[in-house]
Design a protein around this ligand. Structure first.
Ligand SMILES: *[C@@H]1O[C@H](CO)[C@@H](O)[C@H](O)[C@H]1NC(C)=O
Ligand SMILES: *[C@@H]1O[C@H](CO)[C@@H](O)[C@H](O)[C@H]1NC(C)=O
Ligand SMILES: *[C@@H]1O[C@H](CO)[C@@H](O)[C@H](O)[C@H]1NC(C)=O
Length: 229
């Protein structure tokens, strides 16, 4: 690849990273201020710590919805709350179980994600966990509901994660969850790496122009010399 193209490519990646960081910040401020965070189309991976009868178990992985409030990055700011299945399980109509003070669990399907979130929120749930109907995590987007006003966090977990929770709860044990959004070190490293790459390519580009210019001055320029924009 020509150095010019490489620079443009890296610049693009940097812009992409910078814009995604900016979006994250904006959304985080919106959530912290209690303002309704509308659909922000950002789907960070989350950690779902869990306890069964007070004993900590392997955490599950979740994915945040494109709407709802932002989970804290710091585990110390996250709340450990009891989990409870909504009834009906799809959370498409108000739950006959009281959801207040709990993290509501609902099965995916039969109505929009935003409908489930509205119903869980109105039922007093502190958060909503949508259990996927298949393995893996799905990106839960918004319908074009401009009046969307979800102020609780909404996340999804895989089908097997839901089954594990159900198994514990079916045995009459108390399941508690704690949801948070840790900043993974790998992201920081890749930003540093990209920054180094872009610095490197600026240096390379100026070296190239030095070389080609001196070649031109020497009169030894040829068709194969790389062109720097
Ligand atoms: C947006 O909402 C309107 C009415 O609520 C509906 O008619 C339309 O199909 C929706 N558009 C999309 C892209 O969902
Ligand atoms: C959004 O919901 C909050 C309570 O959850 C309420 O105070 C606020 O007025 C609502 N905003 C809109 C635009 O409906
Ligand atoms: C939980 O497990 C029981 C027993 O296997 C099953 O009947 C029930 O449908 C499950 N509930 C959910 C929400 O997966």
């Amino acid at each position: 690849m020509a150095p010019g193209l490489l620079t443009i490519f890296q610049f693009g990646i940097c812009l992409f990273f910078m814009s995604s960081i900016a979006v994250g910040d904006e959304a985080a401020h919106g959530g912290a201020g209690g303002a309704p965070a509308a659909c922000r189309n950002d789907f960070p991976l989350l950690k779902v710590n869990r306890w069964v009868n007070g004993a900590e178990k392997e955490p599950l992985v979740g994915l945040s919805a494109g709407f709802g409030s932002i989970l804290p990055e710091d585990i110390k700011q996250a709340q450990r709350l009891p989990a409870m299945f909504s009834k009906p399980l799809n959370c498409c109509s108000p739950s006959s179980f009281k959801l207040s003070g709990s993290i509501a669990l609902a099965l995916r399907g039969e109505c929009d994600f935003t409908t489930k979130a509205k119903i869980a929120q109105e039922g007093g749930a502190a958060a909503l966990v949508v259990i996927n109907t298949q393995e893996g995590l799905t990106e839960m987007g918004c319908s074009n509901d401009t009046a969307l006003n979800i102020s609780i966090p909404v996340i999804t977990i895989s089908e097997s994660g839901g089954e594990e929770l159900n198994k514990s709860m079916a045995d009459g044990m108390k399941v508690e969850l704690l949801l948070y959004s840790p900043t993974r070190p790998i992201v920081d490293y890749s930003v540093v790496f990209l920054w180094l790459m872009s610095i490197g390519s600026i240096v390379t580009a100026s070296l190239w122009s030095e070389i080609t210019e001196s070649k031109q001055r020497d009169g030894s320029s040829n068709e194969l010399s790389p062109k720097v924009p």
